[in-house]
Design a protein around this ligand. Sequence first.
Ligand code: BGC
Length: 367
Amino acid sequence: MKKFVSLLLVMLLVLSLVSFASAEEKKKVGIAMPTQSLERWNRDGAYLKEQFEAAGYEAILCYSDNKNDQQVNDIDNLLSQGVDLLIICAIDGDGLNTVMDRAAEEGVPVISYDRLIGNDAVSYYVSFDNYTVGTLQGKFVESALDLANAGDKTYNIEFTAGDPADNNAGYFFNGAYDVLKGYIEAGTLKVVSGQTEFQQVATAQWSTDTALARAQNILASYYADGTVLDAWLCSNDSTAAGVAQAIESDYAGDNAVIVTGQDGDIANLRNIVDGKQTMTVYKNVANEATVTLEVAKGILSGAAIDESLIANFGGIECAFDTTSYFTSEGHFTPSFLLVPTVVTKDNLQYLVDTGLYQWDGEYLIAK
Ligand code: BGC
């Protein structure tokens, strides 16, 4: 009996030491997302938190209501809580210098998530190939209007881009514009409003209401006389939602206008079924979270982080890129760039096959 009791005591001691050690080792990760007002960041935040916790990390998630000052405070707080690593999706890529410098001073590595921060404290960048997102939108319009075989036919188009504070927005716009530029120069495509510069077509904070108001304005000023609108290239779903609404209420023509988007937001997938939006460039953000987790694990364990890490991504298509993105002149950021997919009415089942969406009658809802 005595022997049994002492054995039990030894086991209890070992167990408590083990749990003390694992509590000690539990690394803390701070996740700063921009806003809950746009659908995708809710999904990103949830997947990141869930996946980091499942991997044994403590994950602190915050949203900053699309306000740069608030994000600076939130990241300061995360640093004060002693996080071992930061994952940040910036509201303003150039607005985080002070707090990034603090992270660097305290030796806290930073993964720039989805949007690149313009500060050399960034250790790695995880995103989708943003230029390709734009290219896919441009090519979609090119092929839907069969521009290559247009001959003397001409088509009318308008552009709506994203938030200039978001480093991605220029990549999306340029990717699309570069595909269509030749047709615009040749006169096959006409931008009736004349607004072709990024700054003219940008949408602060990617706001649906701002995109709606600008689209209404353009429709009233340039299309009210019966001019046909063939396509509206929108950089993402939140802006496409505003443009589609304006077309529905303020466009007099009865042709189906081609409207592009990005993300696969539920409301936009509904619009795709209803013919109010034509395509979206889908980015699987659960996969983006998985890649981020693997990069974080590599950083926190001191492993080499290079192309070889892709083998840990469980088959997620991704490129390791060291030449496309830089945080200051000559300071290139090692980047893991996932691959986006075009979704239209014809391949919505692709989303169901990801396991993240399900059918609800003829529409899709999140799973
Ligand atoms: C993201 C897009 C998103 C947009 C607005 C961009 O940085 O890459 O997926 O639509 O922000 O939230």
